[in-house]
Design a protein around this ligand. Structure first.
Ligand SMILES: [Zn+2]
Length: 198
């Protein structure tokens, strides 16, 4: 039986297990207007990408633990030292130095507000979010950047105070482990597997 391709790193090397390629039958492409003559075949392809997070891995690990990590430039020689970034920036865009990783969970809980938003009635391929999707850009006190996420409960409006929720049960280790709800939302209103974190 086929099993999903799995990857681990040991002794500095990728160790692969399972199926990374699957074979599926080709089907004929025929021309209905010309007596169903053969014109070609479909070539089904299914592949597994090995997507490494590099320096951002800590951010995705923390989401599943109910925490939000950002970064800060601590280079005293930088033109703008102390600038805080969320989304997580590995390097400072001003001095190109390596940023420090900082825990912003409390800042996000206390100060998250909707900067702007858009509501999408349609989605792209493989959408797993409920429609309409309420995309929000979230701003935080003392943070230089705004974060793209989506609102699960409540109606978006500019300035709305929002609270982060996390997929701490069965995390996916992707950005959808993080979402937001309007302040005042109760734990019973959260989608399955999401919590307010710790
Ligand atoms: Zn800097």
């Amino acid at each position: 039986m086929a099993i999903f391709g799995q990857v681990k790193v040991k002794n500095g090397q990728y160790k692969l297990k399972g199926d990374f390629h699957t074979i599926a039958p080709s089907l004929p492409i025929r021309n209905e207007d010309e007596g169903w003559r053969l014109m070609g075949v479909t070539n089904p392809r299914s592949i597994t990408h090995i997507h490494m997070y590099g320096g951002e891995a800590a951010f995705f690990e923390a989401l599943g633990q109910g925490r939000i990590l950002g970064t800060r430039c601590d280079n005293p020689a930088c033109e703008h030292p102390g600038t805080v970034y969320l989304p997580f920036r590995i390097h400072c865009p001003d001095c190109l130095g390596r940023n420090s990783v900082i825990d912003l969970t409390d800042v996000v809980r206390r100060t998250a507000r909707v900067h702007t938003f858009m509501v999408c009635e349609r989605s792209g391929a493989f959408n797993t979010l409920d429609k309409p999707i309420k995309f929000i850009n979230v701003e935080f006190e003392g943070v230089a950047t705004i974060l793209m996420s989506y609102l699960v409960a409540g109606e978006p409006e500019i300035g709305l105070a929002v609270t982060p929720i996390f997929k701490t049960i069965n995390p996916t280790y992707t950005i959808t482990d993080l979402a937001f709800v309007a302040q005042g939302t109760t734990a019973a209103q959260l989608p399955m597997d999401y919590t307010f974190g710790v």
